[in-house]
Design a protein. Structure first.
Length: 91
């Protein structure tokens, strides 16, 4: 559920090059059939790769909420994205 929402929101149209793993994940409450989920994603850190300067690491903190506003899921992970210079885009 979360990954589908993330992909639809921005990931499929991004320069994401994968993810080295998950730092923290917690299912806080059951998600049931018929629940309506909303989510937030906050970028908490970013840095350039030391070995591949065309890649940047972005650390994100995500949370999903059910229709009652209850937090049901939290995740912190990093993902690798091409930099603007690597894609030819200007800031």
């Amino acid at each position: 559920m979360f990954m589908r929402m993330l992909c639809d929101a921005f990931l499929l149209d991004s320069t994401c090059q994968g993810a080295p793993g998950v730092d923290h994940v917690k299912w806080k409450k059951p998600v049931l059939a018929g629940d309506q989920l909303t989510g937030t994603l906050v970028v908490v850190a970013k840095r350039l790769s030391k070995s591949k300067p065309q890649l940047g690491f972005v650390t994100m903190r995500s949370e999903l909420f059910n229709q009652r506003g209850e937090s049901v899921f939290e995740l912190e992970n990093s993902a690798m994205f091409l930099t603007r210079d690597a894609t030819g885009n200007q800031a």
